[in-house]
Ligand binder design. Structure first.
Ligand SMILES: [Zn+2]
Length: 403
């Protein structure tokens, strides 16, 4: 692989394609942990029931009545069945996710090194189109436009490349939190508990706090106390002392409505919803800005000059993408493009215009290098303008100088 190609791979793939592999990898991790836990529990239960069965049989020499061991044997069988199911489901899930990862690797490989005999420009165009489509789908998923994202993924055959289900689930949980329901979020926390613990996440504490607030506002003080005892484990306490104090304050103080007004307002549910999305992104190690908005900002910054200002004229009248009134709110805070050495490129061949290929300007305003202009000259003093297809006297073509 040439150096140029390697550099473009780093720029275009490694940095921005991160979510392509990170999300299924984390899902695989989660399914593996869940499967291990389920199998361990079934294994422990088998051990327990086997001991119970052994105890019942003892060292009896004579036949034992079926009734005596029936219950213990049934329990043992059900746990063996559970272990078998857990094993096949876990392996099935892991294979499915590994295949998803493999499919993505193959897809990215094909994007980098296409096997068909298309001309390079067509391949580049196809790859660019697919890349933009992928970034747009991620962006749509982040904004919660699942219907559009799904249709786009189907039409570009990218259903296996983007994680529709993960983002759909995220939106569902976020909406349920905003609606004051913590059930789905707590289920999600249970699934990802080991990873959240490693991240020292306080999400569970904040969600439980909302449950307590809910019970207290219904005047169910005793239920709130029971809820804290049952759900806030000693392991959670050292990292969340402050939050725990707040919870106990809500339960214990009669003027909780004044002291903790913020926790009782509907805005708090919105905040917890946002907090959940942030934690989910952290868990999957997804950047807070999508690849689409990063590319858009890079593109605008590259074009931005110190003279750029918001321009309210119509798009047809504006020459600059940055000054466009729709782009300006994004571009305003971005740095200006720093071009230390400007280069002039021939508008027809794309070759660099320098002392070996001096630039000229045709009356139509098109700038061409000498290399392209020479073959256009049919007669000594007439040149065919490629822009207008008209014959132009050579005297009207101006040599360009840049300072
Ligand atoms: Zn501008």
């Amino acid at each position: 692989m040439s150096l140029e190609k390697e550099i473009s791979t780093i720029n275009e793939t490694s940095a921005l394609e991160y979510p392509t592999f990170r999300v299924p990898y984390e899902e695989l991790n989660c399914k593996f942990r869940q499967g291990q836990k389920r199998m361990e529990m079934a294994g422990m239960a088998i051990k327990r029931f086997a001991t119970a069965l052994e105890r019942r049989i003892g060292d009896a020499q004579d036949a034992i009545p079926v009734e005596k061991v029936k219950g213990a044997y049934k329990n043992l069988c059900s746990q063996v069945e559970e272990l078998e199911n857990a094993l096949s489901e876990t392996v099935g899930n892991e294979i499915e996710l590994a295949e998803r990862l493999q499919a993505r690797i193959a897809y990215m490989d094909e994007q980098q090194d296409p096997s068909d005999d298309c001309p390079t420009s067509l391949i580049e165009w196809k790859n660019d189109r697919n890349r933009v489509a992928r970034y747009s789908i991620w962006y749509l998923l982040r904004c919660g436009h699942f219907g559009t994202a799904k249709r786009m993924a189907e039409s570009y055959k990218m259903k296996d490349i983007v994680d529709l289900d993960v983002f759909e689930n995220c939106k569902k949980i976020e909406d349920s939190l905003r609606g004051g329901d913590t059930r789905l979020c707590l289920e999600w926390i249970e699934l990802h508990r080991p990873k959240l613990k490693k991240m020292k996440s306080k999400l569970e504490m904040f969600v439980r706090q909302q449950d307590v607030v809910d019970l207290v506002s219904q005047k169910k003080i005793l239920d709130a106390l029971k809820y804290v005892r049952a759900n806030i484990t000693p392991q959670m306490r050292p990292d969340c002392q402050e939050e725990l104090q707040t919870i106990m304050g809500i339960i214990g103080l009669s003027d909780y409505n004044n002291r903790f007004a913020e926790l009782f307002s509907p805005v708090r549910w919105e905040k917890v919803g946002r907090m959940f999305v942030e934690e989910l992104f952290l868990l999957y190690q997804l950047p807070f800005q999508s690849a689409f908005s990063l590319c858009l900002q890079c593109g605008l910054a590259a074009h931005k000059t110190p003279l750029c200002r918001r321009d309210d004229r119509s798009k047809k009248e504006i020459q600059c993408y940055v000054c466009d009134k729709d782009a300006w709110p994004i571009a305003e805070g971005l740095p200006n493009g720093h071009v230390s050495q400007s280069r002039i490129l021939c508008s027809i061949s794309g070759q660099l215009c320098d002392e070996k290929n001096v630039p000229f300007m045709l009356p139509s305003g098109r700038i061409c290098g000498e290399n392209v202009l020479a073959p256009l000259r049919v007669e000594d003093d007439l040149i065919c303008d490629p822009e207008t297809n008209q014959w132009v006297p050579a005297q009207q073509i101006q040599r360009l100088y840049f300072m």
